[in-house]
Design a protein around this ligand. Structure first.
Ligand code: RNT
Ligand code: ZN
Length: 416
């Protein structure tokens, strides 16, 4: 018997069919974010770097992608090492703008044609994001909620264009493009006119969403946040703000695992949101003490999120995106680890003996439920994961360090 066959029998004892799960698992798309490859720099100008917005990359590990071609090359490498279906999460600042500078209120469909063509080739439907940071008009801390009408109009125009581009992408790929809107707006110090700023944001959003796009082309998500660097005291687009806005305007919420109090249980929010909304966008991340965007790992928090997604029975409405950026280690390795960790968490959740657990819970057998959850933790999960990798023609866990090291030596090493 192979290791996998042993595992299959073991899980079958609990009524879990690993064969169907392996098939279902590969169909769940995980959106790979473009911004791990170049430290959220983008390609608006040669040498663009992340600036402001309360997010930050630290580290300067060699080998960073400095051109779109390098970024695509790295992503293609990543795709050979991650099992299952994926999407590409693209930021507006990653367009192909040529040699002339195109400001954010000027972006057009044509700047993303190259991405659409490439994505088709590598079989990655695209999701999209407006870029509201790394720009002089974001430096004062407010974009869509700005009291400076010129600044506010600039960002409204950017968002409108992003929606149009997202719809165009959706049409090209026959799959709705999810557009996430995250703005950094907020203040470091106590803010008197919170009501005013939030009213302005609402007004901006109302204007932006006045244009309707078919759901088959694009869908809007709004990303909530509690705090950022430089916005410790006040964030305009808070969780409550967007919860209400999304509910009343039929928009999707984006829940980022780094955007809450570090003690808050993000997984607990999902059943409450999914009860009222059919869809949600997740930004899977690993905050360490703050919204630090560390590489996602197969840890308890990610497992708990995946469990809630699976247990809700609404996995089709859950759009899973990754959001981390670590510049201190091999970036391709970071990507591969994070994407695989999310997939592992989904597999782990799908392998739970849900019927048994439910029965224990409903017959008030608290001990048995707890003991079953403990047992589940030591079932031969790794053998099933390895089988999943094999069936999807990607390397096993034990091969990764060698392969990433080789790529570093042959490709990344040549870049500096
Ligand atoms: C920032 C948000 C946002 C960004 C990306 C780059 O706190 O999480 O999603 O990380 O847009
Ligand atoms: Zn995010």
């Amino acid at each position: 018997m192979t290791n996998y066959e042993i595992a299959r029998e073991e899980y079958a004892r609990y009524g879990v069919n690993t064969e169907t799960i392996l098939e279902e698992l590969s169909l769940v798309p995980i959106a790979i974010h473009c911004w791990q490859g170049d430290d959220v720099g983008g390609f608006e100008r040669p040498g663009s770097t992340l600036g402001g917005g309360g997010i930050q990359t630290t580290g300067n590990y060699p080998g960073k992608a400095k051109t779109i071609e390098e970024l695509r090359q790295d992503l293609e490498k990543v795709l050979t090492m991650v099992p299952g279906n994926h999407r590409l999460n693209l930021h507006a600042s990653y367009g192909e703008f040529g040699s002339t500078f195109i400001d954010r209120d000027q972006i057009e469909e044509k700047h993303f044609q190259g991405w659409v063509d490439w994505a088709k080739k590598v079989n990655l439907p695209i999701d999209f994001n407006g870029t509201f940071f790394s720009h002089p008009y974001a430096d004062e801390g407010y974009t869509l909620a700005s009291k400076d009408e010129k600044i506010r109009r600039f960002w409204i125009e950017h968002t409108k264009r992003c929606r149009r581009i997202a719809a165009w992408i959706g049409r090209q790929q026959n799959s709705p493009c999810i557009l996430d809107t995250w703005i950094p707006d907020g203040a470091k110090n106590l803010t008197v006119d919170k009501f005013g700023y939030r009213s302005i944001l609402k007004e901006s959003l109302d204007e932006i969403f006045a244009i309707d796009y078919p759901r088959s082309e694009m869908r809007d998500a709004l990303e909530t946040k509690l705090f950022g660097i430089g916005s410790e005291a006040f964030v305009v687009g808070s969780h409550e703000f967007y919860m209400n806005y999304a509910a009343r305007n039929n928009k999707m919420l984006c829940i980022d695992m780094g955007h809450f109090h570090p003690e808050e249980d993000i997984s607990d929010k999902l059943s409450a949101i999914l009860l009222f909304d059919d869809e949600i966008l997740l930004h899977i991340s690993r905050p360490m003490r703050w919204d630090s965007d560390h590489v996602v790992l197969f840890n308890d928090k990610v497992k708990m999120v995946a469990e809630e997604v699976v247990r809700s029975g609404k996995i089709d409405g859950v759009h899973i995106g990754l959001d981390f950026f670590d510049a201190s280690i091999n970036r391709i390795g970071a990507w591969v680890t994070g994407v695989r960790a999310m997939r592992k968490a989904l597999l782990f959740a799908m392998l739970q003996p849900l019927n048994l657990l439910l029965r224990y819970e409903e017959t008030d057998n608290g001990y048995a439920k707890m003991a079953m959850l403990e047992q589940q933790n030591i079932l031969p999960f790794g053998f099933v994961w390895d089988e999943f990798c094999r069936r999807n023609n990607v390397p096993l866990e034990s091969e990764l360090i060698g392969l990433i090291g080789e790529y570093e030596k042959q490709i990344l090493g040549e870049r500096e």
